[in-house]
Write a protein that binds this ligand. Structure first.
Ligand code: AGP
Length: 609
């Protein structure tokens, strides 16, 4: 996923573009570039590496004069991070300059065709093929929108494009399919961005560009078109995102800030849907008929999938409705067999993950109702799912999700209670008690966060660890999945989540002197089993940590280091158990000297397959 910005107005474009790219750097940070239309035409400056290199090379934008421009931060898909492969890319004749977020799946076929006609490419990217193809069509028709429209007919894949045409000096053209793009409306100026934080300092009035739409922007406004060239009317919306969410506000990193925002995110998400002891999803149009499925399929990727892994246990235990949790990237190609009265629940922080969006479309294509749990307003999944329940986590900037994960769990717990109530499996008393348990989570989360020094110290003492296993049963195993992903994605330490009962079936051969094994034990009925598994690895030289729920039967008989989280109903313990693992991940990464907010090879939202 990459970050795109654009500006057209009366102010100097370059500083505005760089400021916007800074807010989008979490979307991709292999390389960056901007193109600004000056007196001498369109000037392009690009650098490999972080955005700070571009800021330095352009003296904060002062070296590029002009009031129209586009910019890009890259997460490489085709061709390594280099100045040559950085965006913007231009057509050979200089008539067209493009920045792109997405992936052109048929770029090889198109590149070969253009090469056969004598076109010479300078980069390995699919985006240069886009610039060349639009430039080719433009050379034939002389009309930017017709050239873009013809490109859209030939292209396969996902794209959000911002395009400058040398001959149209007071306009920017855009086009999107499957990759997000918004247009911001200012006073005598217009903005383009991949995501709201990039333009929040300038305007809160935005248009969400829909799939297969194009637009032409001038300083005074924008006209939208369908891909076939027909004008389409759109209404702007006002975004209510808090700008401080995109600032560190004194925290060293976004990740530690967002870890500490979890009690608020959980509380605000809870109170958005619970008033007077009752759960009310009606604002999302979710009425009782939707909350009586016979089967539930939860789809997501990464941490969103791990939310599903927790909810599978919780919903089945409370509502006695069969739940399958599927990796969206697998589900979309499985030719899934849908049972009668199935509800597909799509979980996504960004609402732009390509595989999860495709899973929603696949379910809808089979006439299956879709309900999304999403954090970003106006995102593609939120707009395409039949129903969307938003989390109230605020903008999440760190690539490693924490507060959105926790807020998604809350929405899932509330759904589980409604499923259980309407399925006749939960009486009023149990319902009220469960609500009270969920409502108690923020205070209990704060208690864990107050003891963060314990995890910071442990991290410092175990920086040399190379292999980590996290083991548990049931919900505890689902927590291990998230804990393992957190640790490996920000610290690059190999970490695996394993069903505790499965370790002996082969993988225990990897346990050796010094291997770190974290056991998660929160459920009385099975904690002793996992405790035995921990003893087995201790006897093979492993260092173990027992992460236990206060009051759990296994609390006092654990080997190794014992971390305790406050007691809460077993069904909701994941919300507390995950915090020590988030903190451990953060401190290991920082103490290893990594860029914890922008881990290598990653991007905040994967908008390509
Ligand atoms: C989580 O820390 C990762 N950044 C990643 O696994 C993420 O959860 C996944 O890409 C799904 O993103 P989404 O929630 O925006 O769909």
């Amino acid at each position: 996923m990459c970050g795109i910005v654009g500006y057209i107005g009366k102010k100097q474009a370059a500083p505005i573009l760089l400021e916007g790219l800074k807010k989008l750097e979490y979307r991709g940070y292999d390389s960056a570039g901007i193109a600004v239309r000056g007196e001498q035409g369109i000037e392009v400056v690009k650098t490999p590496g972080r955005l700070s290199n571009l800021v330095e090379k352009t003296a904060g934008g002062a070296l590029l004069k002009g009031t129209v421009g586009i910019g890009h931060t890259r997460w490489a898909t085709h061709g390594g991070p280099s100045e040559c492969n950085a965006h913007p890319h231009c057509s050979a004749d200089g008539a067209v300059t493009v920045v792109h977020n997405g992936i052109l799946e048929n770029f090889r076929e198109l590149k070969e065709k253009l090469k056969k006609s004598g076109y010479e490419f300078g980069s390995e990217t699919d985006t240069e093929v886009i610039a060349a193809l639009i430039g080719y069509y433009y050379s034939k028709c002389g009309d930017p929108l017709r050239a873009i429209s013809r490109f859209m007919r030939r292209a396969r894949g996902a794209y959000a494009l911002a395009v400058l045409f040398r001959d149209f000096k007071d306009e920017i053209f855009i086009s999107r399919k499957d990759s997000p793009m918004i247009v911001g409306v200012g006073e005598g100026e217009m903005f383009i961005a991949s995501d709201v934080p990039a333009i929040l300092n300038h305007t809160r009035t935005v248009y969400y560009v829909d799939n297969l739409e194009m637009a032409r922007l001038c300083a005074d406004g924008v006209v939208f078109y369908h891909a076939d060239g027909e004008v389409t009317e759109k209404e702007p919306v006002t975004v209510d995102m808090d700008p401080s969410a995109a600032e560190k506000d004194g925290w060293e990193h976004f990740m530690i800030k967002e870890i500490h925002e979890q009690p608020r995110a959980v509380s605000e998400t809870f109170h958005r849907y619970v008033q007077g002891g009752k759960i009310d999803f009606s604002e999302a149009g979710v009425e009782e008929d939707i909350l009586k499925p016979s089967h539930i399929v939860i789809v997501g990727c990464g941490s969103a999938y791990h939310v599903g892994a927790v909810l599978q246990y919780v919903i089945e235990e409370l509502a006695r409705i069969p739940v399958r949790v599927e990796l969206a990237s697998e589900f979309r190609y499985r030719n899934f067999i849908f049972e009668e009265n199935t509800l597909v629940v799509a979980v996504s922080q960004s609402g732009e993950t390509a595989d999860t969006l495709a899973a929603v479309r696949e379910a809808k294509a089979h006439g299956v109702k879709t309900l999304a749990i999403v954090n970003v307003q106006g995102s593609s999944i939120a707009r395409e799912a039949d129903y969307t329940l938003f989390t109230v986590a605020g903008a999440e900037i760190a690539v490693a999700t924490t507060k959105a994960y926790s807020a998604q769990l809350i929405v899932g717990y509330l759904l589980a209670l409604e499923f259980a109530r309407l399925n006749g499996k939960m009486g009023e008393k149990e319902y009220a008690s469960a609500l009270a348990e969920i409502d108690s989570l923020p205070e209990k989360m704060k208690k864990i966060l107050d003891s963060k020094a314990e995890y910071q110290k442990f991290a410092a003492e175990h920086l040399g660890v190379h292999d980590v296993f996290m083991i548990g049963r049931g919900v505890d195993y689902a927590v291990c999945m998230e804990g393992a992903l957190k640790l490996k994605e920000v610290s690059y330490v190999h970490t695996e989540a394993y069903a505790a009962g499965e370790l002996k079936h082969g993988t225990i051969s990897l346990i050796e002197e010094g291997t770190l094994v974290v056991g998660v034990l929160s459920r009385d009925s099975i904690a002793e089993k996992t405790a035995s598994n921990l003893e087995e690895v201790v006897s093979r030289g492993a260092n173990v940590v027992s992460l236990v729920r206060e009051g759990c039967s296994a609390q006092h008989s654990q080997p190794g280091t014992v971390w305790t989280v406050p007691s809460v109903a077993e069904c909701f313990a994941a919300s507390l158990l995950v915090l020590p693992l988030q903190l451990l991940s953060y401190y290991v990464s920082v103490q290893l000297g990594h860029d914890v907010d922008k881990p290598r090879n990653l991007a905040k939202s994967v908008t390509v397959e």
